[in-house]
Write a protein that binds this ligand. Structure first.
Ligand SMILES: CC(C)(COP(=O)(O)OP(=O)(O)OC[C@H]1O[C@@H](n2cnc3c(N)ncnc32)[C@H](O)[C@@H]1OP(=O)(O)O)[C@@H](O)C(=O)NCCC(=O)NCCS
Length: 158
């Protein structure tokens, strides 16, 4: 009982696996964080997919962050990560990335790729500090970012 009460009122984020039942909350946070949102159904399909590795951060009853990646044999890709705007800048994305990368490594992934808008400073800082390095670039990829390029980043897992 005390456990339930403290979880309901906890302000500290609790990180755990995301499940299909989280689809709606993930879609809402994704929609608030990106120019093109993904629907509840898209998230539900992803969260049922056996190759998807998804984690969530919850504070009290609110979803305040998530990360979704896909792993196929030795290669993985981070598909999306977002933190609710009032909770940004306190290291939550770094925690989500760490837990997700550890799981990917445990599943046998040896390298992880992702794509990021070159103008997305917080995301670039997050990924660079986590050891991702640029391996490619697609020019004028993001119309919403005034034609900024997409950077392809890679990190090897050892
Ligand atoms: C990118 C995002 C997930 C980072 O979440 P976060 O919880 O704020 O990140 P963290 O607190 O773990 O900080 C990660 C790094 O970003 C930096 N950072 C955070 N907010 C920043 C800001 N507004 N401006 C510049 N740097 C910022 C932090 O200082 C940290 O870098 P450091 O370790 O070199 O100091 C969050 O900004 C977000 O949800 N953005 C919208 C969705 C998005 O763009 N996702 C990434 C798509 S590839």
């Amino acid at each position: 009982m005390i456990g339930i009460v403290s979880r309901l009122f906890a302000r500290e984020p609790v990180l755990s696996d995301a499940r299909p039942g989280d689809a709606r909350a993930l879609a809402a946070l994704h929609g608030a964080s990106f120019h093109r949102g993904w629907s509840d159904g898209e998230f539900e399909r992803l969260l049922f997919d056996r190759n998807i590795v998804a984690h969530r951060a919850v504070a009290g009853r609110s979803l305040i962050g998530f990360i979704v990646s896909r792993v196929v044999l030795e290669e993985a890709e981070i598909l999306s990560i977002a933190v609710a705007s009032p909770r940004r800048g306190s290291g939550l994305a770094r925690q989500l990335l760490d837990i997700n990368l550890r799981r990917l490594a445990g599943l046998g992934a040896r390298s992880v790729f992702l794509e990021v808008d070159e103008s997305n400073v917080p995301a670039l800082r997050l990924y660079r500090r986590a050891g991702f390095r640029e391996v490619g670039r697609r020019k004028a990829y993001y119309p919403a970012g005034h034609g900024s390029a997409a950077l392809i980043l890679r990190r090897d897992l050892v």
